[in-house]
Design a protein around this ligand. Structure first.
Ligand code: FEO
Length: 164
């Protein structure tokens, strides 16, 4: 059984994962509008991945006899000044997610809710990958500078991302 404190915190995290998923969908739309279909594809796959994160937490709450309460989603940012600006925003999102996941992981231990603590271990590990993936794209964009050719090469590479 989940304590109401832990239940509330996981519900908040479910909301954050959906919010992030929505933000990635908006990023996909922006990249598509910039004629960068590879980036747009990468963002669509990431959108799906965030949905799976929300679903894992949703199932966990249900399995523990808790109650999921979904909240409304806000309007995501629609415009960016450049690909670098858009990817920097994605990295910030992931850094926020990492901080929230770490808090939730800590709460599980603090509340002696070891099932929650253990379930959150997967998310702690996943965030290392999430930040790394976005960070690598940002590093490549920084290296590309104003080179349109390198931007298009990167777009081609990102188009190859498989479904998560
Ligand atoms: Fe759900 Fe990108 O972390």
């Amino acid at each position: 059984m989940l304590s109401s404190k832990v239940e509330k915190a996981i519900n908040k995290q479910i909301h954050h994962e959906f919010t992030t998923s929505y933000a990635y969908l908006a990023l996909s739309a922006w990249f598509a509008s910039q004629n960068l279909p590879g980036f747009a594809h990468w963002m669509r796959v990431q959108h799906q991945e965030e949905l799976t994160h929300a679903a894992k937490l949703f199932e966990f709450v249900v399995d523990r006899g808790g109650r999921v309460e979904l909240e409304a989603l806000g309007k995501p940012q629609a415009d960016y000044s450049s690909p670098k600006d858009a990817i920097s925003a994605a990295l910030k999102l992931e850094q926020t997610t990492t901080a929230l996941i770490n808090n939730l992981y800590g709460l599980g231990a603090e509340e002696k809710d070891y099932a929650t603590h253990s379930r959150l271990q997967w998310f702690v590990d996943e965030q290392v990958e999430e930040e790394k993936n976005v960070g690598e794209i940002l590093a490549m964009l920084k290296m590309a500078g104003d080179s349109k050719g390198t931007l298009l090469m990167l777009d081609h590479k990102l188009a190859k991302r498989g479904k998560s």
